[in-house]
Design a protein around this ligand. Structure first.
Ligand code: DMJ
Length: 620
């Protein structure tokens, strides 16, 4: 026998046994590893690696990145964090983290057709059915009318057509100047001919581009739209690391990208908006689920505005997420977004409302109101707008939103709606029971809001709502026609002898805001009273005369001054809202028909969610 080996062959020394075992385990590991290099078709591989083989990235995988509680997992954080690369590498491949996630989205959409028939369920996928992919063609078939109408809503009468052409020319002028002097920056400074970045978008750039996509598209400015699309595709860096307003990023970027996707079917917009949507979720990680106003898009840390009383969140901010978040859920088939906004609604329904009113400040920690200031203008405005629009966008199935809207409107009428000595109807502000007889330009959206909700109100109230909407719109028009420039001030008053005029110097500015024109557009669509088109045209003439400068459009400091002083800012909402609403006002109703589309608060059209194309359960 060999030395150290017994006759039975089992008599190995301890050290020999160890070497033998080591060799054996090495061999097993090698064989197992070799399986990975075999072609997929080899049976042996399928038997051993059936659970571990690398699967194509599907929407379900991405869904798994976010936990059911909406906390962004380490995996997502790692993907969205700025890559630790050298500066040189950074310039070569900026947005690496975002790109990585986008690439996953891309492979997800590429594999969608393959996975379409798979029956997938997921615990974090609340309210979703088994079809994991959003079918754009199916969605388009569910529209009652084509979004762009016959010849893009071209009006038949020559004067209206001419006016519409003028608005298109204004858009082209605003856009061309932005492109020449501020390309890639957020907004144009038309006097100094440079770009403005500001600090609202957390390092995101190109606000004017994202805000303009749908306006350019519906106006048929296709070269300009293609430039905008290309910029979004190649240069919209979502991997920014700055402090952003959750509200502003949502209404402008999320809203803008969603609309661009729904109008054009370009998958790139969908991928971008999905990445951005995920980045907003950490703002909801508060004791109540009420999001804070500011979020660092890189780290996900969020906090309240320094100026908001006692660390509170603002009604118009956390209350203006619903439309976009429902669509984020639609497109991702991930219920998490809807869940977040429904949670806000649940809390609002639970807490006591003074006189049925919703104050502007709420603590995201205790879930209580922080002070009793109520306004249909700044700080409150779009919360009310999103209630009625949530109902309309749900194909009129969201009964809860409907109930909240009409009760809120009742409380507003009982407590805030006033008639001036001169017979003008206005919405005052409310401070703990004391009325401030002031109406902000921002509150002038409410003419449009009341008219789009008129038809679904109680039958005995319908005419009343139509009248109320017409009266408010008339008052807002008065605030324009009583100024030297025929443009309206930031806020106007009804006390101390004032009737729809600003009394304070600080309220006299006009920054190209859309709200009054927005109400003209809705009033026109729902009544076809020609005066709204006339009023819109007055605004066009005033904008041309006082706000158009050599290199774009600018806000003005005092609407009552004959010789205007420009503020050197072409706001992105001028391109997204003011000019879009004017264009729609001079178009036929079949351009983005209201039966199919709801405009978010930045005028980005979002489609009504029909049961027939929704992947989510309808809100009951
Ligand atoms: C826009 O960003 C939106 O309309 C928002 O709801 C209010 N402020 C501006 C326009 O005035």
């Amino acid at each position: 026998p060999l030395p150290g080996v017994s006759a039975s062959g089992m008599g190995l020394r301890l050290s020999q046994k160890f070497v033998f075992l080591l060799f054996l385990s090495g061999l097993v590991t090698l064989c197992f590893g070799a399986l990975f290099f075999l072609p997929d078709s080899v049976r042996l591989k399928r038997i051993f690696l059936s659970k571990t083989e690398s699967q194509p990235v599907t929407v379900e995988h991405l869904r798994g990145i976010t936990s059911a509680k909406g906390e962004t997992s380490t995996k997502l954080k790692a993907l969205s964090r700025k890559p630790s690369v050298t500066n040189e590498a950074k310039t070569d491949k900026k947005d690496a983290g975002g790109e990585a996630l986008e690439d996953m989205m891309l492979s997800s959409s590429k594999t969608e057709s393959a996975s379409k028939d798979e029956k997938v369920t997921s615990s974090s996928n609340q309210g979703a059915n088994t079809d994991t992919s959003f079918d754009y063609n199916k969605f388009k078939k569910c529209l009652l009318k084509p979004p762009l109408g016959i010849e893009h809503g071209k009006p038949s009468d020559p004067q209206t057509l001419q006016r519409r052409e003028k608005v298109k020319e204004m858009m082209k002028f605003a856009w061309d100047n932005y492109k020449s002097f501020a390309w890639g920056k957020n907004e144009l400074r038309p006097l100094t001919r440079n770009g403005h970045i500001g600090n609202m978008f957390g390092g995101l750039r190109g606000a004017s581009i994202v805000d303009s996509l749908d306006t350019l598209y519906i106006m048929g400015l296709m070269d300009e739209y293609n430039d905008a699309k290309e910029w979004v595709e190649t240069s919209l860096d979502l991997n920014s690391n700055g402090e952003a307003s959750l509200f502003e990023v949502n209404i402008r970027y999320v809203g803008g990208l969603l609309s661009a996707y729904y109008l054009t079917g370009e998958e790139m917009f969908k991928r971008k908006v999905m990445v951005l949507g995920e980045k907003l979720l950490p703002a909801f990680n508060t004791p109540t689920g009420i999001p804070r106003g500011v979020i660092n898009l890189g780290s996900g840390t969020s906090w309240s505005w320094g100026w908001a009383s006692a660390g509170s969140s603002i009604l118009a901010e956390f209350g203006t997420l619903h439309l976009e978040f429902v669509h984020l859920s639609e497109l991702s088939n991930n219920g998490i977004y809807t869940e977040k906004v429904m949670n806000i609604r649940k809390l609002l329904n639970k807490i006591e409302k003074p006189h049925g009113l919703y104050p502007n400040f709420l603590s995201p920690v205790s879930g209580n109101w922080v002070q009793h200031h109520v306004s249909i203008g700044g700080l409150g405005d779009s919360f009310y707008e999103y209630l009625i629009k949530s109902y309309l966008m749900s194909d009129k199935t969201d009964e809860e939103a409907k109930k909240m809207y009409y009760s809120a409107l009742e409380a507003i009428e009982a407590n805030l709606v006033q008639k001036s000595p001169g017979g003008l109807t206005y919405m005052a502000e409310w401070r703990g029971g004391i009325l401030d007889h002031k109406m902000g330009h921002l509150a002038c959206f409410s003419g449009g809001m009341v008219v789009i909700g008129a038809d679904d109100g109680a039958p005995e109230k319908r005419q009343h709502y139509l009248d109320l909407a017409a009266e408010i719109t008339h008052t807002c028009h008065e605030s324009y026609s009583r100024s030297a420039t025929k443009l309206g001030p930031e806020a106007f008053r009804f006390d101390g002898g004032a009737e729809a005029t600003a009394t304070r110097l600080s309220d006299r500015y006009y920054i190209l805001r859309p709200e009054v024109i927005e109400s003209y557009m809705y009033m026109w669509r729902l009544t076809h009273d020609p005066k709204y088109r006339e009023w819109g045209w007055e605004a066009v003439e005033a904008l041309e005369q006082h706000c158009r400068v050599e290199a774009g459009f600018s806000g003005i400091r005092d609407v009552y001054a004959q010789t205007v002083s420009h503020d050197n800012m072409q706001q992105s909402f001028f391109l997204s809202e003011t000019l879009k609403y004017l264009y729609l006002l001079f178009s036929d109703d079949d351009l983005l028909p209201l039966e199919d589309w709801v405009f978010n608060t930045e005028a980005h059209p979002l489609p009504v969610v029909r049961k027939s194309f929704s992947l989510q359960k309808q809100v009951k």
